[in-house]
Design a protein around this ligand. Structure first.
Ligand code: C2E
Ligand code: MG
Ligand code: MG
Ligand code: MG
Length: 285
């Protein structure tokens, strides 16, 4: 391998790096505009009771409707927001809008008194001073009980978050909101982390759910998560349930709460009320 070839490689690497940085900066700048110009909005996906098929809660999922590029998914822009401070403002918007929507549904009788809203929270938001105070303030403003809000965090919060995250989680629990560990099984947390942190539920990642019915090892993993959660007193939600076969295996393994395309995709607030609200009301009357 010659020196020249080595240098050539670096040139290529350098150019593609520069392009990646450039792209990131462009997304970041467009995202800043999006927040200011109302291009961000939330969709809601039901979290259902497996036996009744009725919604017990909903997860708020963020969407970006770019004026020229069209819809952009959170997997593209959330990482960019997280690397800048933009996630703070975006996260605040998400929290306020999701709680506002829950309050509206409660007031209109679309959902019952124990229906909850799950809201994704980035690690950077948790360690921001005043986050718990903002959550408390938002709940107060909209007169929503803390028990009707579940904050979804990732395993990395427990593994890398340190004392600040742990303290924030304790304050949030003291406030009364639930704490759910999202994408559970994909990170590097252990039983010890789960026991030490004040979490209330785990969401089994879609990657384990998708193999159910065909993969014996995925079934064993889900079985282990269910047993571990029972021992720790945690609720279990399965995410990404797409087939009746997956649903049936989950039911057999003792999972009661599911989320996935089998019941419905994330939809806007109006469609959610039309599709899921009426069933709630029908069940009440
Ligand atoms: P997540 O929190 O694990 O959300 C679940 C993702 O799986 C959502 O993707 C949802 O639309 C998708 N999904 C639900 N059911 C199914 C299914 O049956 N099959 C398949 N294949 N997918 C299903 P989405 O909306 O693209 O969100 C991706 C991720 O972006 C979320 O993963 C979450 O980590 C992040 N995210 C979304 N909204 C927010 C937000 O407001 N704040 C933050 N910090 N992150 C967010
Ligand atoms: Mg989530
Ligand atoms: Mg998830
Ligand atoms: Mg996931």
């Amino acid at each position: 391998r010659t020196k020249a070839a080595g240098r050539g490689k670096w040139t290529v690497f350098d150019a593609s790096m520069r392009q990646a940085v450039q792209e990131r900066l462009e997304v970041e700048s467009a995202l800043r505009t999006a927040l200011a110009e109302d291009e961000l909005h939330l969709l809601y996906q039901p979290i259902v009771d497996l036996e009744s098929g009725r919604p017990r809660g909903a997860e708020a999922l963020l969407r970006w409707e770019h004026p020229e590029k069209g819809p952009i998914g959170p997997n593209v822009f959330i990482p960019v927001a997280e690397e800048s401070r933009l996630i703070i403002g975006i996260g605040a918007f998400v929290l306020r809008d999701a709680v506002r929507q829950l309050a509206a549904w409660r007031a209109a009788g679309v959902v019952g008194d124990d229906f909850w809203m799950s809201i994704n929270v980035s690690p950077r938001q948790l360690t921001e001073p005043g986050f718990t105070a903002m959550v408390a303030e938002t709940l107060r403003t909209h007169d929503v009980p803390a028990r009707c809000v579940a904050l979804e965090i990732t395993e990395s919060v427990m593994v890398e978050g340190g004392d600040i995250s742990e303290g924030a989680l304790r304050d949030l629990r003291a406030l009364g909101v639930s704490i759910s560990v999202d994408d559970f099984g994909t990170g590097f947390s252990s039983l010890g982390y789960l026991r030490r942190h004040p979490v209330t539920s785990v969401k089994i990642d879609r990657s384990f759910v998708s193999g159910l019915g065909g993969s014996a090892s995925d079934e064993e993993i889900v079985r282990a998560v269910v047993a571990m959660s029972a021992a720790l007193g945690l609720a279990v939600v399965a995410e990404g349930v797409e087939t009746t076969e997956q649903r049936d295996v989950l039911g057999r393994l003792g999972v009661r709460l599911c989320q996935g395309w089998l019941w419905g995709r994330a939809v806007d607030a109006r469609a959610f009320a039309d599709t899921w609200g009426s069933r709630e009301q029908a069940a009440v009357s």
